[in-house]
Design a protein. Structure first.
Lengths: 239, 48, 240
């Protein structure tokens, strides 16, 4: 996958429709990942390690574990997500594909959404692996509604991934880029993190309503998806 | 109680004065750099 | 020009001194907390000033992205730095107030919590500016600044509900509740004084940044000229 292949491929899509580019980019990423599995395998093992380490650090047998499990799970997911996000653009950088995207007429946002959706799927896979393990280690059984839990997971994961993908594009132009990404991502994500933890805890413990937090996550997702779509082209063209 | 009040006011001004000192150092450095640039461009009749 | 500057500087100093006098002596001692409550006259104005600085940074960042002017960028970095300075003051005076009054150093009340998050966001902004390589730092930083400020209302909404779930001691009974007029006067004077002081700091930092921008431009010009002179015939057709 290099620039010589991408440019003609993108130019062939006439006109480079938003959805066709999105689909093509996403399909390419998924296919490459499926063939090499070079990102997903270490990340899966990392996810497993995180669950185990957290289970040793935060006693799962304690009385209150049901109330802190929400926080533990999302912090673990956050760390796994950062590992996934850090490699968002690394393949493109290695093969100078980013320059090809810059000069191609393809809409920048379709590239962004393709990357964001790809990351969402990656992180979702990690969560799908880690969540059952947490349920087992912490003896969890949601006392609240399960579909609400799924909704929280979707909204929360998108919240992390949409900003993470955008900031990953910013951090690749910095020194110590691997640490720059969490450094700029975490502060802005704090209200989302609090919401996802509060909602999850409310559902797991079944003692409060998660609705306010779900709404806040929704507002967060809409705000930052809009901001990312408005500003990604600017960031992509910045050198 | 008085010592917390005193500490709060003192540290507030310490923070502000530290920032002013940082700015002062920044100005010194930039002026030094500009002077060096001026003397460095010997053959160049340029700009300033 | 120099006279005007000195006069303005002295005026701000006088205002700050007056504010100090009001805070320490003229304002009545608070009934429940005692003298420690006087920290409020520095704590609250600093919080408001910091917020205004961040608002200024937000607007400057937008202006920069639209017009790409160097002045907007200089103002953006200046307002972020000054904002962080005042934010730091809030984060230091808060615990110094909380400790003698409630016995705890930190409390998750609305102002302290949101100030902490703002401080983190804008420190990350400053770090991005510092660690960014290449000439497009202002663009990337402006994007981050916009994201950071968009976050602010969401932060407030999450903290408001957080507080009803975890009732916290409220710092500053003056939050919307009626203040003794003498206290209100001390608060207001200190706020105006600190805003004026922030304006001075902003101007100083802005000028410094403009100097840096010009120095860097001069550097680049010098390097390009040296480069052109050493490569015969290369001056023509250079792609920037």
């Amino acid at each position: 996958m290099n620039a010589a292949v991408v440019v003609p491929a993108l130019a062939r899509a006439r006109p480079p429709g938003f959805w066709s580019v999105l689909e093509a980019t996403l399909a390419k990423d998924l296919r490459l990942e499926w063939r090499s599995k070079d990102a997903i395998n270490p990340m899966l093992f990392f996810a497993l390690l995180v669950v185990v380490v957290f289970s040793f650090s935060f006693d799962p047998t304690a009385e209150e574990s049901r109330h802190i499990a929400g926080g533990i799970i999302w912090v673990a997911f956050l760390f796994a997500a950062v590992v996934a996000l850090n490699q968002t653009w690394s393949r493109e950088l290695r093969n100078q594909v980013l320059d090809a995207y810059r000069i191609s007429p393809a809409p920048a946002n379709s590239l962004f959404l393709a990357k964001a959706v790809g990351n969402f799927l990656f992180v979702a896979v990690l969560e799908a692996v880690m969540a059952p393990l947490f349920m087992v280690f912490y003896n969890l059984r949601p006392l609240g509604s399960s579909w609400q839990l799924a909704l929280v997971a979707v909204l929360a994961t998108w919240a992390l991934v949409v900003n993470g993908t955008f900031f990953a594009a910013i951090s690749i132009r910095t020194r110590s880029r691997e640490v720059m990404l969490p450094l700029i991502l975490f502060p802005i994500s704090i209200p989302a993190l609090y919401s996802m933890v509060a909602a999850t805890t409310a559902i797991l413990a079944g003692d409060a309503s998660p609705v306010y937090w779900i709404k806040l996550l929704g507002v967060y997702d809409v705000s930052f998806t809009t901001a990312s779509l408005l500003l990604f082209e600017t960031v992509l063209h910045a050198e | 109680m008085g010592k917390f009040l005193f500490a709060a006011y003192a540290i507030t001004w310490l923070i502000h004065l530290s920032y002013v000192c940082i700015l002062g150092r920044g100005y010194k450095r930039i002026h030094a750099e500009m002077n060096e640039h001026r003397s460095g461009s010997s053959s160049d009749e340029s700009a300033h | 020009m120099k006279v005007k500057r000195t006069v303005l500087g002295l005026a701000v100093f006088a205002l700050l001194a007056y504010g100090y006098y009001l805070a320490m002596y003229a304002a009545p001692t608070e009934a429940t907390m005692g003298d420690v409550q006087r920290i409020f006259y520095y704590h609250v104005p600093s919080a408001w000033t910091a917020f205004l600085c961040f608002l200024a940074n937000f607007m400057a960042s937008i202006v920069y992205l639209v017009k790409r002017g160097q002045r907007a960028d200089a103002f953006a970095v200046a307002s972020a730095e000054v904002g962080v300075v005042f934010c730091t003051v809030v984060l230091v005076t808060g615990p110094l107030w909380a400790r003698p009054v409630w016995g705890i150093w930190w409390t998750w009340d609305a102002r302290l919590t949101s100030t902490l998050i703002l401080w983190l966001i804008y420190v990350s902004y400053l770090l991005l500016r510092k660690f960014s390589t290449g000439g497009q730092t202002p663009v990337l930083a402006a994007a981050l600044a916009i994201f950071g400020f968009v976050d602010v209302p969401i932060v407030y909404f999450s903290i408001r509900y957080f507080r009803t779930q975890h009732p916290q001691p409220v710092i500053g009974g003056g939050e919307g509740s009626a203040l003794d007029p003498a206290m209100a006067k001390a608060l207001l004077v200190n706020w105006v004084a600190f805003m004026a002081f922030a304006a001075i700091l902003l101007t100083l930092r802005y000028r410094l940044e403009r100097l840096r921008q010009r120095a860097e431009e001069a550097h680049i010009l010098k390097a390009e000229r040296a480069d052109a002179e050493s490569t015969p015939g290369a001056e023509i057709g250079r792609i920037r």
